[in-house]
Design a protein around this ligand. Structure first.
Ligand code: ARE
Ligand code: CA
Length: 585
């Protein structure tokens, strides 16, 4: 047995409670090495023998490792456990905190001292059932020309935004298009920042207590939230607390009074007086973005100020949650306090961090419910858009993402194919519609909450910021209506399927040497299978039909085509870059 490949740690994401009385554990072994695995466990205060056993199941693999998972009952919330492993040759081994041994006692035990409430995940149910639509308000719809900024440019299909362009989009525009959004089938909106700021993106906040006048006012926001709620649509706002804008009153006070300002300590200023050139002498967002001074969120006054702002908007407008900008550069204590404050006001508010990489540390239950899942975007684009990876590698990438987060957080990840910070998905697909549809199919069927970036559904294109922020195409003749119908269909399929919204995901089949891949999702009695391939030839795959128990035939939920089950297998034909969603009739 390859003991050097074994890995477990009694800490998230390899040991994490599913609820107050169940601990979910994971174990990593060398790929193909271990044949059988069990977790032996007891209450931490029981005598040293451990007679209780749960099986560990191999649930995923990547190029190097297999991953095993099991659920240990913890009636008193405190457990100790060790793993028992067997390989092909019948050799066996114990693995615990002291190491590896053929002797159980010598291997020692892992300990999960106590399951605390703070580690129980509580992403609201409505969020797990959501399809989110992201809106960049300056570019979605101009609903009120009287509030347009000076030098507003023409809203047209050929518009190519520069970093400082304005097109006049606003909150009234979002209100006006609620019927469109409802028909599309989405049930949550995420708006990028809307508070007062001089820029078009509003990530440089001048006044956290005011809606930007070019977008509307407090009443417009309240109307938006209540009209959205009437349409069954939730509203999530963007909280930019890592930094403020240059015009923020506290920073202006520091500029005026230097060290004598009572707000001096709210920022990281190297030495006074404040200078913006040749380089800012204070910490900023990214590199030398002088318009965005970094806030000291670990300073109690700053923390209280920002938490009050978030609390006030949550209370006053009835919004359903927050997306947190540059969340990974703000201290953890701030986010714990944030969660406590917001959840006290709205117990079903969702909290989503912007973390582009391994987000495990923020998803232990005490900070965020979800993060924007950029690693998912990378994996899906590499498979569907760029054709860089095989089905096997896609499976490995998706498995690795899963292993970075505690199991209960996995289904709450906010999956995306693009955002206001990236190239649009159609552009990433080089305009190839077949690739685009394959990517969208994965987005809408995989574990996690899908997010659609405004305009993707009508075929908008665009390179990196600022090109990905073109004004929305509303002219029906300019929209890709077939694509729109495709999005609507997939959204409806997802919203109608508990397995897709809540179910676990398991690899169904991996093409040994090509671009084929299949997974299935299961929730209670419902099973749905998704089969895809990323090549430009037609293919036929024969899959084990066991996940569907005794089904006689499976139906493609998108086309209605029927596939017979024969001798426990189902043979599925796929055209170039095609995907199918298979289920019982
Ligand atoms: C402007 C220019 C850009 C330039 C940038 C940085 O237009 O071309 O790259 O400055 O100098 C907002 C505006 C942007 C504006 C920026 C600065 O929307 O248009 O860009 O302010 O004025 C990292 C951060 C992540 C951040 C992205 C953009 O970790 O938090 O960079 N995203 C949020 C918002 C942005 C917003 C800000 C932060 C600032 O969503 O819209 O920008 O409030 C890797 C790394 C990531 C990195 C990512 C992208 O994968 O792992 O950490 O994200 O690349 O660079
Ligand atoms: Ca306007």
């Amino acid at each position: 047995m390859k003991v050097e490949a074994l890995f477990h740690r009694a800490e998230s994401p390899f040991a994490h409670p599913l609820d107050a009385r169940r601990l979910h554990v994971r174990l990593r072994t060398k790929r193909g090495d271990v044949k059988r695995c069990e977790a032996h466990y007891a209450d931490r205060y029981d005598p040293p023998e451990m007679s209780e056993i749960v099986p560990m199941v191999r649930t995923g693999s990547d190029a190097w490792f297999d991953y095993w998972e099991g659920v240990i009952p913890a009636p008193h919330r405190r457990v100790r456990y060790a793993f028992y492993l067997e390989d092909e040759n019948g050799d066996s081994l114990w693995y615990g905190e002291s190491g590896f041994s053929s002797d159980r006692r010598e291997a020692g035990v892992f300990q999960y001292p106590y399951i605390h409430e703070e580690h129980l995940h509580s992403a609201p149910d409505w969020f797990l059932d959501s399809v989110v639509y992201q809106i960049f308000p300056e570019r979605f719809m101009n609903g009120d020309p009287t509030n347009d900024p000076e030098h507003t440019e023409e809203w047209s299909v050929s518009a190519r935004p520069r970093p400082d362009s304005f097109y006049g989009g606003d909150l009234q525009g979002v209100i006006r298009q609620l019927p469109y959004l409802k028909e599309l089938g989405i049930n949550a909106l995420y708006l990028t920042p809307i508070f007062a700021s001089p820029s078009n993106h509003k990530y440089d906040t001048t006044d956290y207590t005011r809606i930007d006048p070019h977008f509307g006012d407090r009443e417009t926001l309240k109307e938006l939230v209540s009209r959205a709620h009437q349409s069954g649509i939730r509203v999530i706002l963007d909280a930019v607390f890592n930094h403020c804008g240059y015009g923020f009153f506290a920073f202006q006070d520091v500029i005026k009074k230097g060290r004598a300002s009572r707000y001096w300590d709210w920022f990281h200023i190297k030495s006074g007086p404040v200078m913006t050139t040749p380089k800012p002498n204070y910490e900023t967002f990214a590199q030398n973005v002088w318009t965005m001074p970094k806030l000291r969120t670990d300073h109690h006054e700053v923390r209280e100020y920002l938490l009050d702002v978030a609390a006030e908007w949550t209370r006053e407008t009835g919004i359903d949650g927050w997306r947190l900008d540059v969340a990974n550069e703000v201290d953890h204590a701030f986010w714990r306090a944030f969660r406590e404050r917001i959840r006290l006001i709205n117990p079903s508010a969702v909290i989503i961090g912007e973390v582009w990489h391994d987000a495990g540390p923020w998803l232990k239950g005490d900070q965020f419910d979800s993060v924007m899942n950029y690693p998912f975007r990378e994996a899906v684009l590499d498979f569907a858009a760029r054709g860089r990876i095989s089905g096997r590698e896609l499976d490995a990438r998706l498995t690795r993402i899963r292993m970075t987060v505690p199991e209960p957080a996995h289904r709450a990840l906010l999956n995306l194919l693009g955002s206001h910070d990236t190239e649009r998905v159609r552009t990433a697909c080089g305009g190839d519609d077949r690739r685009l549809r394959l990517a969208v199919l994965l987005l809408m069927t995989y574990t996690g909450v899908p997010m659609i970036y405004y305009g993707d559904e009508v075929g908008m294109e665009g390179g990196n910021d600022p090109d990905c922020r073109r004004p929305m195409i509303w002219d029906a003749d300019e929209q890709d209506r077939d694509l729109l119908a495709y999005y609507r269909l997939l959204i409806a399929i997802r919203r109608g399927s508990a397995a897709m919204r809540r179910g676990e995901t398991r690899t169904w089949w991996v093409d040994p040497d090509g671009g084929g891949y299949a997974f299935f999702r299961r929730w209670q009695e419902e099973t749905v299978g998704v089969v895809l391939h990323n090549g430009d030839t037609s293919r036929t795959f024969t899959l084990d039909a066991r996940p569907f128990d005794h089904a006689e035939e499976l139906v493609d939920a998108m086309t209605g085509e029927v596939f017979a089950v024969r001798n426990g297998t189902v043979t599925v034909a796929l055209g170039p870059f095609q995907g199918r969603v298979l289920r019982l009739k």
